[in-house]
Design a protein around this ligand. Structure first.
Ligand SMILES: NC(=O)c1ccc[n+]([C@@H]2O[C@H](COP(=O)([O-])OP(=O)(O)OC[C@H]3O[C@@H](n4cnc5c(N)ncnc54)[C@H](O)[C@@H]3O)[C@@H](O)[C@H]2O)c1
Length: 246
């Protein structure tokens, strides 16, 4: 996919799915801006990938998100694509989720996505061009059930609603907003699962295996590219057949 002359911000781009997305951007001739809580890992990813730059960001801190996005805009002039990939999982049973856990999941997974879009939306509108791709999860459609539980599922469902609203309002201004919902993907996030839990999860996936991060990245890259020129507000499953929407 062609990303020539495109500046693409990937939140959480230092690891897992985000790193695979950043790699695809660079492979397509674009510039990947990796914004991540872990600056050392973001810098290491940039060194590995080539045409990429790193910024530290805390998606759970709205002021920081606005400051970093403003800095990126100042440094690069234009952000063509924003990929909201950074996220944390919450795995506790509903009764064990305390207020702090809930607030943290909402701050990073939902408010962080809102704030990043909000910080870049005016410049995208001014340029008449913007592509936003949000990463939700099967959990946002099913109410959890694989690894993430209530707090995680609620934030990921929120991302689905936000995607559609931004798509609706952004369309007249050349801003597209789409969403990808992965299921079990082999990244550091899921490496915490034990053998028994992994077996159980795999038994619910028709393809019978977890995804490689690149397999999720491929769908994200499609929505980030101009190949998706007539797609907006799409909530797209990349889940090995778990969901099979009607
Ligand atoms: N791995 C899966 O099975 C799976 C399934 C469905 C959805 N997802 C979603 O895909 C996205 C990527 O997941 P992954 O598996 O690659 O995760 P990961 O844990 O491998 O990577 C997440 C990245 O986000 C960064 N990050 C975490 N908190 C941050 C914060 N507050 N601010 C900025 N960066 C932060 C981390 O440093 C890391 O680089 C997440 O939104 C996740 O919810 C993952």
């Amino acid at each position: 996919m062609d990303f020539t002359k495109k500046n693409v911000v990937v939140t959480g781009g230092a690891s897992g799915i985000g790193k695979a997305i950043a790699a695809g951007i660079v492979k397509g001739g674009g510039h990947a801006i990796i914004v991540d809580l872990n600056l050392d890992a973001a810098k290491a990813a940039c060194t590995e990938l080539g045409n990429a730059s790193a910024y530290r960001i805390d998606m759970g801190d709205s002021d920081n998100v606005r400051t970093v996005m403003a800095q990126v805009l100042q440094d690069l002039g234009q952000v063509h694509v924003l990929v909201n990939n950074a996220g944390i999982v919450s795995t506790k049973a509903f009764e064990d989720v305390d207020q702090a856990e809930w607030n943290r999941a909402v701050a990073i997974n939902l408010t962080g996505v809102y704030t990043a879009i909000s910080a870049l939306y005016p410049s995208m509108k001014e340029k008449g061009y913007g592509r936003i791709v949000n990463i939700s999860s099967v959990a946002g459609k099913r109410g959890g059930g694989l690894l993430g539980t209530s707090a995680y599922a609620a934030t990921k469902a929120g991302v689905i609603g936000l995607t559609k609203a931004v798509a609706r309002e952004g369309a007249p201004h050349g801003i597209a907003c789409n969403c990808v919902c992965p299921s079990y993907t082999l990244t550091p996030m899921t490496a915490i699962m034990d053998e028994e839990k992994t077996k159980k999860v795999l038994s619910t996936i028709p393809l019978g295996r977890g995804a490689q991060p690149e397999e999720i990245a491929n769908m994200v890259l499609f929505f980030a590219s101009d190949l998706a020129s007539f797609a907006t507000g799409e909530i797209s499953d990349c889940d090995g057949g778990v969901t099979m929407d009607g």
